[in-house]
Design a binder for this molecule. Structure first.
Ligand code: B12
Length: 523
């Protein structure tokens, strides 16, 4: 009798709280279940030998098949979804199925995670996953897998998107490099992936993009343009392809007008710049010393002139942040036409330098990991008490995403003429008609005069040729998606705080031990 193929299930558990920039509302408006889906799963699938039958489930999109039979179930974990992962793992293990966990949370809380599964993978999987699967087949699964060194970037495979229902995903992730030279206090990236960025061979990346089943991409690199020579070649390779994409980059890129122009022509529609703070004290706390605050305004304008939306990332809740820090971000955004704000409340994440520092000072609030969602404070001792921090943060979201602010900011961002060029990916006529009908209905029937006014402003700018109509339409969709997230969050303000207070009351007093990725714990 022929032996059946071993079966592997790869799962990303759903998140307890959704992040604004998970853009689920935007995905829904575009008729998709999600805006993005974790890249780790199709990458892991590509690392499995072809003898394995592999299935992928992102629980934000689909049910986890807890009654089916598998030889191994593998979970990718962030702080915000690990507890859901534990609950699912219990169901599989009760059915006698082995479970492995990896990803940022599992890599930094190895021993804790091991209590909920049979094996943990610390760090990147490229040099480990094949051996792990062979150990499963030979019944000799080890509790911890950890590579001695970071994998060579040419070992990073092209993801198995054929295993994902990509029609339900708005933008597909692409990774060009791993690692970040900076060492911001609150960030895990340099601990997990090292400080020397490793670049995949350019041709492999371009070939992957040419073969993607979608035209909207999201580069997940921490700084796509860190190596200028590579970035220029990448843009040259992207130009002939009809793709539209967003990415994260360092402010440095805005000093290079030629590269910015190349990026816009290659389909870059938005770029995340990590400003983090508008105060010297905040930046010093974060150890973010590479740029000066007085460069920020010029950087945003450079992007808008190039026809690229700036997504400004800010962290609030530094120890030195008083009420004025929140007002300053709103005012700065308004002045600079910064509609897209990635606002995060400073969150002490496992394995970071911030965690070690704050824990040593006895100031860490040991919340369950799912609460570490960048909305709720998890350290004490700053200028503002926790409840005020939370309220000011939610108020900032409310005000910065008010229709009045969005209207004013759109006027400025579109005033430079950068967005006259049509968006790179042209929607079909049917899509155009249905989206336009929905936008007209929702904006013109709104009771908010500024929401109606924003629509009218953009319509007139479009008629005058100051902005391409499809750029205007994409902006209106995005603004609507972001605002509806904020509305839902505000409606849950007290409920969320109540759950936070309950969680605090249940935390055991010894739960605040500091860790480093895999350090010591694994042995
Ligand atoms: C893109 C991104 C996002 C996107 C996610 C898009 C999506 N659906 O995936 C968005 C913007 C929505 C997002 C949101 C958040 N993010 Co984010 N994000 C990233 C980023 C930049 C890239 C992730 C990625 O795709 N990497 C590429 C894949 C291939 O790498 P990987 O996941 O690490 O997988 C490799 C290994 O870890 C390992 N592995 C992973 N899982 C498993 C499982 C098994 C079984 C095995 C064997 C191996 C394995 O193998 C893979 C290949 O080597 C990372 C930073 C980074 N450089 O990775 C932060 C990062 C993951 N985010 C982080 C955080 C904190 C968040 C937020 C809480 C808030 C915030 N401030 O950003 C929210 C939470 C999500 C939510 N509730 O919605 C932290 C996570 C820390 C933690 N302990 O959880 C990171 C590490 C950044 C940081 N600040 O340090 N994020």
């Amino acid at each position: 009798m022929q032996r059946r193929r071993p079966r592997l299930l790869l799962v990303s558990p759903r998140h307890e709280f959704r992040n604004l920039w998970a853009l689920k509302e935007m995905g829904r408006q575009m008729g998709r279940k999600v805006a993005t889906t974790p890249l780790a799963l199709p990458v892991l699938a590509a690392l499995a030998p072809s003898t394995w039958e592999v299935r992928i489930v992102d629980e934000e999109m689909d049910e986890v098949p807890v009654r089916d039979s598998f030889d191994l179930v593998a979970f990718t974990t962030l702080s915000t979804n690990v507890e859901r992962g534990y609950a699912l793992a219990r169901l599989f293990r009760e059915a006698g199925i082995r479970v492995v966990m990896g990803g940022p949370y599992a890599s930094t809380r190895t021993q804790e995670v091991l209590e909920h599964c049979d094996a943990v993978v610390v760090g990147e999987a490229e040099d480990l996953f094949g051996d792990l699967l062979s150990d499963v087949q030979n019944n000799r699964l080890q509790p911890v897998y950890q590579a001695r060194s970071l994998p060579s970037p040419d070992r990073i495979p092209s993801p198995r998107w054929d295993l994902v229902d990509t029609r339900q995903v708005m933008a597909l992730g692409v990774q060009v490099s791993r690692g970040c030279p900076h060492h911001c206090d609150f960030c895990l990236v340099h601990h997990l992936y090292g400080r020397r960025p490793r670049y995949r061979p350019l041709e492999a990346v371009l070939q992957e993009i040419r073969g993607l089943p979608g035209r909207f991409l999201s580069f997940v690199d921490d700084n796509l343009t860190a190596r200028k020579d590579y970035a220029r070649q990448l843009m040259a390779g992207l130009k002939p392809l009809e793709v539209q994409w967003s990415a994260l980059a360092s402010l440095e890129v805005t000093r290079d007008q030629d590269l910015l122009r190349d990026m816009a022509e290659a389909g870059c529609s938005s770029l995340v710049l990590g400003f983090e703070s508008l105060t010297e004290e905040g930046l010093a706390e974060a150890r973010k010393t590479q740029f000066r605050i007085d460069e920020y305004e010029r950087a945003i304008e450079a992007l808008h002139r190039a026809g690229i939306h700036c997504i400004g990332a800010f962290v609030l809740g530094f120890d030195s942040d008083g009420p004025e820090a929140y007002d300053a971000v709103r005012e700065f955004a308004r002045r600079n036409g910064l509609s897209y704000l990635m606002l995060n409340l400073l969150t002490v994440l496992e394995g970071t330098d911030l965690e070690r520092r704050v824990t040593a000072e006895g100031r860490r609030i040991p919340l369950p990991p799912s609460f570490q969602n960048s909305l709720l404070p998890n350290k004490r001792g700053g200028r503002l008490p926790e409840r005020e921090t939370y309220d000011r943060f939610l108020d900032l979201l409310d005000h910065a995403y008010s229709w009045a602010d969005l209207r004013e900011k759109a006027r400025r961002a579109f005033s430079f003429g950068g967005f006259r060029r049509a968006a790179r990916v042209r929607p079909s006529l049917a899509t155009k008609v249905s989206f336009s009908a929905r936008l007209i209905r929702s904006y013109l029937l709104s009771r908010d005069p500024d929401k109606r006014g924003l629509f009218r402003d953009l319509y007139h700018m479009g008629r005058r040729g100051d902005v391409a109509m499809d750029q205007a339409a994409q902006f209106l969709m995005m603004a609507q998606g972001l605002r509806s997230y904020v509305d839902r969050l505000l409606a849950r303000r007290e409920e969320l705080w109540g759950r936070y207070a309950d969680a605090l009351a249940r935390v055991p007093p010894d739960a605040a031990r500091p860790t480093r990725p895999g350090a010591g714990e694994a042995s």
